[in-house]
Design a protein around this ligand. Sequence first.
Ligand code: E4P
Length: 218
Amino acid sequence: MKFFVDTADVAEIRALAELGMVDGVTTNPSLIAKSGRKMAEVIAEICDITPGPVSAEVTATDYETMLAEGQFLRGIASNVAVKVPLTEAGLRVCKALSSEGTPVNVTLCFSPVQALLAAKAGAAYISPFVGRLDDLAQDGMQLIADIVQIYRNYPHLTTEVLVASVRHPLHMAQAAKLGAHVATLPPAVIRQLIKHPLTDRGLDAFLADWKKTGQSIL
Ligand code: E4P
């Protein structure tokens, strides 16, 4: 399973890349705004850190401008994946860019049939938002299960399921059990995945016993 990091914070991406946890990066206009930096500059810097796909999202809503923005973003680096919203114009841009060989991440997916449309439009990734569905008391993980099943029914569809809006470790465990190809995680959730109280307790006990021996390894 691939781990993407859902942030435009370059320092966080560098730190997590050193852990081997960055197979790619996703950004969105809100994350770029949070970084306080120019979009083209921050995307270029992220693309230098990781060879994996770096999603950069268009902000226009009409086909022509979205397409031009997508082509501009793709020109920043060869590992840019253009992110488009799941709208009629977005799907049309997805088809146009995909046929030029640009990987497209179709975002803001909230239904299985939307995911089917994105796959038919040639998307490299579909981003269903699990946390935002859970926030409305709808089962975000059921959406992942449905999309995985639908894509498996049609093996010629090559779109990867990129679980987005991940809020906690249980989302990650469930996404992996369902066989989702990718999950994009906020840095804090990646760090939560590392932690287990029994690991901390066990390590404390080992180190206390080791101290009693008076030995040192080096
Ligand atoms: C992914 O591509 C999205 O940018 C992100 O996962 C959205 O997460 P949020 O619902 O926590 O904002």
